[in-house]
Design a protein. Structure first.
Length: 156
C-alpha cells in the first residue's frame, strides 16, 4: 500500500517513520531465532548425510612392507585422501574403503571373527566387503592390491 503525505512515499512496515520499537525488536528476535535454528539443523543434517565421496584417482601407491601386516591382520591407512583398510589373508591382500556405507563411520578389522565391523551401528561386512548384518545399504568399495618386491601396492 502506498500513501502520499506531504511529498513522502511510505511503503510497508519497514519505513523509518512506521517502524516502532516493538516491530524492530520483533525483527531482531526472529532473525536470532532463525540463525539459531539454522545453526542447529545444518550440523545435524551433515551428520546424517552419508559420506560417499572418495579421494582423487591415481595409480599404484606403496602402502607398506609385506611383513608389516601379519596373516589375518589388518591395517588402516589414508591413501589419496580416503581411509583404506588393508587385510592379509592366506590367499593374499585385500583393500577396502574404511568408510562404512551407512553413515560414514570408520570400520575396523576383527581378526578373530575374520570380518569387517562398523562400531557405530553394528554393521558387519565379510571378507569380500559384502554386507552380512546391520544397516549398511551397500558393500564396501574395494581396490586392487598387488605385491611388488615385498611391498604392498594399492591401486587408487
Amino acid at each position: 500500500m502506498v500513501i502520499e503525505k506531504q511529498g513522502h512515499v511510505k511503503t510497508g512496515a519497514l519505513n523509518k517513520e512506521n517502524l516502532s520499537r516493538r516491530d524492530f525488536l520483533g525483527w531482531i528476535i526472529q532473525f536470532g531465532l532463525f540463525t539459531t535454528l539454522a545453526g542447529m539443523v545444518a550440523p545435524a543434517l551433515t551428520y546424517l548425510w552419508p559420506v560417499t565421496h572418495r579421494g582423487p584417482a591415481g595409480g599404484l601407491s606403496d602402502v607398506c612392507a609385506e611383513d608389516d601386516i601379519p596373516l589375518w591382520g589388518g591395517k588402516k591407512i589414508i591413501l589419496a585422501g580416503s581411509a583404506m583398510l588393508i587385510i592379509r589373508t592366506p590367499q593374499g591382500f585385500k583393500a577396502y574403503s574404511a568408510v562404512c556405507t551407512h553413515l560414514g563411520c570408520l570400520v575396523d578389522w576383527d581378526n578373530k571373527r575374520h570380518e569387517i565391523v562398523c562400531p557405530c551401528h553394528a554393521g558387519i561386512f565379510d571378507l569380500a566387503g559384502k554386507v552380512v548384518a546391520g544397516p549398511p545399504p551397500r558393500p564396501l568399495p574395494s581396490n586392487e592390491v598387488s605385491v611388488v618386491n615385498g611391498r604392498v601396492m594399492v591401486k587408487v
